[in-house]
Design a protein around this ligand. Structure first.
Ligand code: C5P
Length: 277
């Protein structure tokens, strides 16, 4: 069975406060974006190994045991001992360490695919706690529609928000940002508020978002990586209705009502995609 895990952007991201469990409560709007990896899972014919994992496309850092796809299988195996050994192949196209939730999407899609392929009978709502064990961004991909998210990102409220007709210009400068590091940089910036009214602000026309909708990580990440801030400014200079960093970075996106600009003098190693939403 083959599936196509897509990525997301964050339309605003407000970090509210640090919790006793070390995580932060936040509010954000997740918006799915049709840039995808490719994931295939087949029942394994070889004995002895639980998951045989292979990959192609962009190289994935780190140990295979830490890969969210492999972790997802082990998570379900604990509660569903009959889950058979599998072979997984992941073709990685979504930039990594990029604030696009690509790894989270892969893990979430594995949970869904295993549930379906092996008839585990787990209801969608019951899959969310499994997804949250994999990572804070994973539950969103169970819904995969525009959502207002609170808590760590797992309390999801679908929104009637459509950017259909806008072109999304997505730029990643190839800087790998560790989410844990980005949260640590926030130390002095946290405001300990219950809400920053993102839900109200996102209901305004896109043209008003520039002055209302904020990604708090920008204040933490831009000083360390000025090249990311430069991309955001360039998108506004070229007529974006709204531009922001996604998640903890390093990807930046701009929303364009008309045809997006041709950006000719970007460094050649930048990843640039123009997507009609
Ligand atoms: O959940 P995830 O694995 O994506 O989180 C990576 C790190 O980011 C966590 O270990 C934690 O330090 C931080 N984090 C946080 N609050 C969140 C999400 C992540 O502090 N809501």
């Amino acid at each position: 069975m083959v599936v196509f895990p897509n990525c997301k952007i964050n339309l605003g991201l407000n970090i509210l406060h640090k919790r006793d469990d070390g995580f932060h409560n936040l509010e954000t709007v997740f918006y799915p974006v049709p840039v995808t990896d490719v994931l295939e899972i087949t029942r394994s014919s070889t004995h002895g190994q639980d998951v045989i994992f292979s990959q192609s496309g962009n190289g994935i850092d780190g140990d295979i045991a830490d890969n969210l796809c492999v972790k997802a299988w082990h998570l379900l195996k604990k509660d569903f001992p009959a889950l058979p050994p599998v072979q997984m192949h992941l073709h990685k196209a979504i930039p990594m360490g990029a604030g696009l939730g690509g790894g989270s999407a892969d893990g979430a899609f594995v949970l869904q695919l295993l549930n379906k392929k092996f008839n585990l009978g787990i209801a969608e709502t019951a899959l969310i706690p499994y997804a949250l064990q994999l990572g804070s961004d994973c539950p969103f991909f169970m819904v995969n529609k525009p959502c207002f998210a609170t808590g760590r990102g797992e309390q999801l409220q679908p929104l009637k928000l459509s950017l259909s007709g806008y072109t999304l210009l997505l730029i990643n400068p190839g800087i790998h940002i560790n989410t844990g590091w980005a949260f640590k940089q926030l130390g002095g910036i946290l405001t300990n508020r219950e809400s920053k009214n993102l839900l109200r602000h996102i209901a305004e026309p896109v043209a008003n978002w520039r002055n209302l909708v904020v990604n708090d990580f920008e204040a933490a990440v831009f000083p360390a990586y000025p090249a990311i801030q430069t991309i955001k400014e360039m998108l506004y200079d070229h007529g974006a209705g709204y531009a922001a960093m996604s998640g903890s970075g390093s990807s930046v996106f701009g929303l364009f009502k008309d045809a997006p600009p041709a950006l000719s003098n970007l460094p050649t190693h930048y990843y640039v995609r123009s997507i009609l939403l």
